[in-house]
Ligand binder design. Sequence first.
Ligand code: 6CS
Length: 318
Amino acid sequence: DTWRFGLEETEGSVQYAYAEAFKDLIEEKSDGDVTVQILPYGVWGSNYSALYDALQSGAIPISFGSGFLGGTVPESQLMSLNYVMPNDQLETAEILNSDAFMQSEAWQQSFRSRGLVPLAALPEGFQVWTANKPIRTPEDMKGLQIRVMDNSLLRATYQAYGASPITIAYGELYSALQQGQAEGNIQPVFAHENMGFYEVQDDMIFAEQAQFIGNLIANEDWYEALSDDQQEMLQSTLKEMVQKGHDIQTQFNAERLETIKDNSDINIIYLDEKERSRFRELARPVRQVYVDMVGERGKQALDILLKQVEESKSGSSD
Ligand code: 6CS
């Protein structure tokens, strides 16, 4: 069997490194019966809707889906809420991949009702702002044309902060920033480096408002047609990948921050707790926006997540 695996990111990304480690494990465990074929962004195409369509049709039976997935699985915008997850990134990975959340009826049905199966969640690092001016307060963000992924919840979040969010395709973002069409950007550190975005931005701001979460998703018919042994092999691999995914993302983000510092004089700002609290307050009502937007099933998923976070060791970033 060949398992085609679609990525929203290019080579040199966290999704790519995750896919390589996943491929190694699956090919080894299957004794060569399964070959995993990695299809990065740009290889399958570059329009995310086309990737999610291929996932729904089964042409690409495994794929990541993240901030652009809201049109296909509205409930998936849960992963875009700010100041909800614990600040501890490994804990976030464990909560999102726990049976209590990942296997819950609410989360499973959100995807299954669209012919998909959520397999795992990959935190890819904190979402870090960039702009051509320092941002420490909502006033600093006022009217800023910051680029967000195509997702109503992110637009609502950044409007709540006072910005004027705009959506631009990932592949067109570098030139949009360079030409000033977009005035700010939100990415994990590795992506600011991997896509060169930092070259055309002056300030980089760590507000710890959210981690970037990639959803690993399978086509439902494809998944259900796997033998019991293959499903078990896949599920046990996903469990192993929780820690590995965390190791990959922390290493990538730390190394790429050094690369950015070495190659630019970008101004790096870490918001303190008091500064963060202003954004946190503004983000709070957006939880209700999520519930109003996606309805009861999404509310259930959010409630399960909040309960898990509450019970976690470090507590939420809220
Ligand atoms: O900003 C984006 O559109 C993309 N950024 C990353 C880091 N992964 C996929 C996502 O679509």
